[in-house]
Ligand binder design. Structure first.
Ligand code: NAD
Ligand code: MG
Length: 361
């Protein structure tokens, strides 16, 4: 059996993460997570036609409702969130109901936040259908929506009761979205798992070809890494910030280029290459490490350089508004080695400027 299961250990909020093909239809996987009778499956108009029926069939013994949201980051708003509350109230859903988020990170974040708020908190299940959602957003309990003045600015920590990562759903994902998810997978190798990074160097083509066994392995290893970090620091008071490797640079690229032009994973990929470059300028890693990182990102179909039209000054400006910027100087996630990241404000500002202005090392 190729299915893998791991447990995110958070005391009474612990939950299983199942990874494998064909999971959507396995009723027995859902049952332990659903405490009442009322279940609402929420998806969007791209994913629902593909997978909603399979999920609903598996849950046919419950009192089921379906809700379909519009597809897109621009709909991750309080207005659309309110349509979930409308549906729950119209259908008289009570406190023991369960919401099911079927889709990518946008659906997962919104449905999770709806579950955090509805009647002060109800259960929910994550069924992530993008690679990014399977290795990142569905695990860890961060939920929320965007505000016109900032991304993910309205939200809550609310852990799901279950994560079902069915690798078969990735067959319909477009190549660019797959690569964007691989960026976050590579991130885990860089943060704390050198052996996994080396596995990725050897197996990246299998992932791009969507080989089931390779996908299950990579998703399991990624989730294990995220689950360990979240278990140690659920609310990001310390170690969880390691997960932001490449993200401070990446957010600057996303904002600087206008949201939607670069996918998040693409911006993170270029951001990780920049973090590697800055680390090498301090002598913490060597240039062959930087080359290896860039080569792997390239092979995964990801960018390794920021867009040419963001100046060093503009970069700094965009990075300082990053929500992870702390009062005591901008902390960055940098590398001591492939597989050993650190959070530090102790870097040379001249070197940072060299990285941002893409000076040749
Ligand atoms: P997404 O949810 O927008 O999905 C990308 C696109 O793929 C969408 O058009 C979607 O409808 C489509 N899609 C989804 N599954 C599909 C499938 N199986 N086949 C075909 N098409 C499919 O984007 P995403 O990359 O999954 O998630 C990004 C969101 O996740 C952002 O809003 C980000 O803020 C959030 N996020 C949250 C966390 C967290 O910890 N909560 C972490 C990372 C990202
Ligand atoms: Mg990310």
């Amino acid at each position: 059996m190729i299915k893998q299961t791991l447990q995110l250990e958070l005391g009474e909020r612990s939950y299983p993460i199942h990874i494998g093909p064909g999971l959507l239809s396995l009723t027995a996987l859902y049952e332990p997570a659903i405490r009442g009778r009322q279940v609402m499956v929420v998806s969007n108009n791209t994913v629902a036609p593909l997978y909603m029926d399979t999920v609903c069939e598996a849950l046919q013994d419950y009192r089921l409702e379906r809700l379909i949201l519009p597809d897109g980051e621009q709909y991750k708003t309080l207005e659309v969130l309110n349509t979930i509350f409308d549906a729950l109230l119209e259908k008289r859903f009570n406190r023991s109901c369960c919401l099911v988020a079927l889709g990518g990170g946008v659906v997962g974040d919104m449905v999770g936040f709806a579950a955090a708020c509805y009647q002060r908190g109800v259960d929910f299940i994550q069924i992530p259908t993008t690679l990014l959602a399977q290795v990142d957003s569905s695990v860890g309990g961060k939920t929320g929506v965007n505000h016109p003045l900032g991304k993910n600015m309205i939200g809550a920590f609310h852990q799901p009761r279950l994560v079902l990562a069915d690798t078969d759903t990735l067959s319909t994902l477009d190549d660019r979205q797959l690569s964007a998810g691989i960026a976050e997978v590579i991130k885990y190798g860089l943060i704390e798992d050198r052996e996994f990074f080396e596995w990725l160097e050897a197996n990246i083509t299998r992932l791009l070809e969507r080989d089931t066994e390779a996908l299950v392995y990579a998703i399991e290893r990624s989730c294990r890494c995220k689950a360990e970090i979240v278990a140690a620091d659920e609310r990001e008071s310390g170690k969880r910030a390691l997960l932001n490797l490449g993200h401070t640079f990446g957010h600057a690229i996303e904002t600087g280029m206008g949201y939607g032009n670069w996918l998040h994973g693409e911006a993170v990929a270029a951001g990780m290459a920049m973090a590697a470059d800055l680390s090498a300028r301090h002598g913490w890693i060597d240039n062959t490490d930087v080359s290896r990182i860039r080569a792997l990102l390239k092979k995964a179909g990801l960018p390794t350089d920021p867009p040419g039209d963001i100046s060093s000054d503009r970069f700094l400006e965009l990075m300082a508004v990053d929500k992870k910027a702390m009062d005591d100087g901008l902390r960055l996630v940098l590398l001591d080695a492939i597989g050993a990241a650190k959070i530090t404000a102790d870097y040379d500002h001249g070197h940072l400027d060299e990285t941002l202005s893409r000076k040749l090392p």
